[in-house]
Structures are given as C-alpha cells and as structure tokens.
Design a protein around this ligand. Structure first.
Ligand code: SF4
Ligand code: SF4
Length: 259
C-alpha cells in the first residue's frame, strides 16, 4: 500500500462514519448479540493481559525464521495462497525497511537495518482507525487490545482497509477456499467479499496457547502484557532500543521492533 500522510489518513478515517448513518446497522444484527464474544470469553486456561503486545527481536529474526512464522500462521488460519500479488491474502509478511518505516528514511539508520526485511502484521493499534470507520462493527478492539475481525458482519465495503495505514488487511476478491492447499480444521475458512487480518491468535490465547508465530520464532518474537511492569515485553522495552511503525500517525501500534 502506498504511504499516506496524516492529513489524507484522517480524511479517509472520517469519511466512513457517513456510511454508518446510511444503513450499515442492519448488518450488525446478523449475528446474535454476544455470539462472537462468547467464543472468545476467557476460560480458566486462557492467557490474558491488559494490553497484548509483540516484540520482534531483529537480532534473532532471520529470513528463514520469518518464513516459518508466515507458513505456520497462514496454515493454522486457512489463509489462501492466491499466487497473484494484487489479490493476495496475508496475515503476516516480510517488508523492506523503507516500506515498513518510511518516516525513518531521513534518520541515521544502521546499514544492517536498511538491508533487512521486517516481519510485519496487524499492529493491534491502541487507537485503531480501522475500527472507527467500520459501518457494521465487524472489526473492534477488545479490552486487552486485540483488534478483532468478524467476517460474518463484514459487508466488504473495505473502509477498514483504506483506513489502515499499514496494509494489514486483505480482501477476498474471490472464493478463498479454492486456494487453500491443505485445510486446517481448527479455524474457520472465509468466503468471497470479506476482509481478514492477523488476530494475535485470539483463538489460541483462549486455549492457553501462545500465538503460532511466536511458537515458530525460536525466541525472535516475544509476546506479552504491555501493561504488566514485570512482563518480558516490558523488560525488553526498558532495556533495549525499539521502534514502531509510522508512529507519527498516532495509531499507537502494539508491535515493537528491537533493533
Ligand atoms: S494495523 Fe491496521 S488493521 Fe491493525 S489495528 Fe492498526 S489500523 Fe487496524
Ligand atoms: S499473532 Fe497469530 S495471527 Fe498474528 S501473525 Fe502471529 S500467528 Fe499470525
């Protein structure tokens, strides 16, 4: 996705509220109230936090580990492999430094960083513009900071995609089920006409499991509670230099890069 400045960004983010007034409300009622939330209600074994956050340790992360993370995430979420960059569906992917951190190009950046590709995904922003613009509340932020997506409520308007300055959302232009090589029974597939993205593995957290990418990362991804002073994530932020993507836009990403 092209980079946008703050002014354009706020314009897009504001535009979709009109749609909310024009009749997106019926779609909210497609799902019985509380039906989806109930699926993710904390069970005794669930991992919980006040604000989930991810740290990508760029000293440990390499292309092989990153590819493994992508493979595992896309497998356990039935993400289709379309094979066409214009229509691709991605929950987690590799991005060059210039694209991941366009606002930092003018700063002094170590050569080793410029040459690296960064593993990127939904930032589960604390101030998520995608949530503000959705006319049907198909996307929302949970109390623990995870920005969720309910494909049953999605009407395919793609306002959330326009509002996300990170390109973290993908749209199913066709039937994604035709492009899933090996189906994973533990996660629902989607249909044509809906948006999807990383959910910080909410379905796994509910079962007491860490996100799939974290498990596959050999320690290069650290996931934990940003609001907990004793958490590993907080320890890293205290003692290491970290950067976040496009901070000037004010979305407050929950994904940090330890560089
Ligand atoms: S990265 Fe994009 S999709 Fe994810 S919460 Fe932020 S604005 Fe929304
Ligand atoms: S947190 Fe889960 S959904 Fe998000 S990129 Fe990692 S494996 Fe994929």
């Amino acid at each position: 996705m092209r980079d946008i400045n703050r002014r354009e960004f706020l314009k897009i983010a504001g535009a979709a509220s009109i749609v909310g007034l024009l009749g997106g409300w019926e779609a909210v009622e497609l799902l019985a109230p509380g039906e989806l939330e109930a699926k993710y209600l904390a069970k005794p074994e669930a991992l919980t936090a006040r604000r989930w956050a991810m740290v990508v340790d760029m000293k440990k992360m390499d292309e092989a580990i990153a590819k493994r993370c992508i493979e595992v995430c896309h497998y356990v979420h039935n993400v289709p492999d379309i094979g066409d960059p214009k229509r691709e569906i991605k929950w987690i992917w590799l991005e060059s430094f210039e694209h991941a951190f366009p606002h930092r190009n003018h700063e002094h950046v170590a050569e080793r960083l410029k040459e690296k590709r960064f593993l990127v995904f939904c930032n589960h922003c604390n101030n998520p513009p995608c949530v503000r613009v959705c006319p049907t509340k198909a996307t929302w932020k949970r109390d623990d900071g995870i920005v969720m997506m309910d494909q049953h409520r999605c009407i395919g308007c793609r306002y959330c995609m326009a509002a996300c300055p990170f390109g973290a959302r993908s749209f199913n232009w066709g039937d994604p089920r035709l492009f899933i090589k090996k189906g994973y029974p533990g996660y629902p597939t989607r249909e044509k006409g809906v948006v999807e993205k990383c959910n910080f593995c909410a379905e796994r957290l509910a079962k007491g499991l860490m996100p799939s990418c974290v498990e596959a990362s050999k320690g290069a991804l650290v996931f934990g509670d940003l609001a907990e002073t004793t958490s590993e994530v907080r320890g890293i932020l205290k003692s290491h230099y970290t950067i976040r993507r496009k901070l000037s836009l004010g979305t407050e990403p929950s994904v940090f890069y330890m560089v």
